[in-house]
Ligand binder design. Structure first.
Ligand code: OOG
Ligand code: MG
Length: 256
């Protein structure tokens, strides 16, 4: 049976737009990785056609804790658009999402394009700045459960993010303390080391993976290196804050 890529791209785009969950595609159709990324591409194309602008790339499952939490052990990537960026310190409506979760991240801003096999030195040379980021992920699948190809087709659960201050990348980034605070109480502690021992390695992986789909990490792109700690559910009234040692802080509040 041939897979109807366009229908599945529309299904997932509508699910995201209407904040309603759909059944896992893998329950009824076996997708290849190429088909899953093509569904993702076409569903994000629909956003672009509605006026959104591509601003970057989101890496997934780059830490052991994230792999274990979701039962997926391969790196994946998704596409970020401008509509996903929320104001740092601002308010985000719960209504936009199906069952949102948040995770602490490191964001890179590129000053040069990157694609294919690159060294960690080349990756660093392409970075303009680095910032703390909070990513809101929201699977469009029922019960936040999916297979590898399901989550890829669903744009790697990308849904929103806040970004803190941009810093020089010319400092050691491989073991910075991360503190997540919820409603002024410490929630979780971690380290940027959880992201492959050094979040720059996630950028190396991103360059290689996007090249397999004929893509480039463009100058000006934001690249999210992946959640460093397990994601947790968001509820109305929560104020979530991330502090990364030497890099600063980002936060948001969940409104009705
Ligand atoms: C997929 C999102 C992956 C990350 O940082 O690992 C991701 C998911 O967990 O739903 O953004
Ligand atoms: Mg993430």
């Amino acid at each position: 049976m041939s897979v109807d890529i366009r229908r599945l791209a529309t299904l997932l785009d509508d699910a995201a737009r209407n904040a309603t969950a759909v059944a896992q595609i893998s329950a009824t159709e076996a997708l290849t990785l190429e088909q899953a990324y093509e569904i993702q591409r076409q569903s994000v194309e629909r956003r672009i056609a509605r006026g959104e602008r591509r601003v970057g790339t989101n890496m997934g499952f780059t830490s052991r804790v994230k792999m274990e939490q979701m039962g997926v052990s391969e790196h994946i990537w998704g596409r970020l658009t401008d509509a996903m960026i929320a104001e740092d310190g601002g308010t985000i409506s719960r209504k936009r999402f199906v069952h949102p979760r948040v995770e602490p991240e490191v964001a890179f801003l590129l000053r040069k394009p990157l694609s294919g096999i690159v060294t960690i030195v080349q990756a660093l040379d392409a970075v303009e700045a680095v910032a703390p980021a909070l990513e809101i992920i929201d699977s469009r699948y029922e019960n936040f459960r999916f297979s590898l190809t399901d989550v890829i087709a669903d744009n790697s659960s990308s849904s929103a993010l806040t970004i803190g201050p941009w810093n020089s990348p010319h400092q050691s980034l491989d073991n910075l303390g991360m503190t997540v605070t919820v409603n002024a109480r410490p929630h979780t502690f971690g380290s940027t080391a959880a992201i492959m021992g050094d979040p720059l390695r996630s950028l190396v992986s991103a360059a290689r993976l996007v090249a397999m789909s004929g893509e480039v990490l463009e100058a000006g792109y934001i690249v999210l290196a992946g959640g460093a700690m397990a994601a947790f559910e968001l509820h109305v009234g929560m104020h979530v804050q991330l502090d990364i040692e030497h890099l600063g802080r980002t936060s948001f509040t969940v409104a009705d």
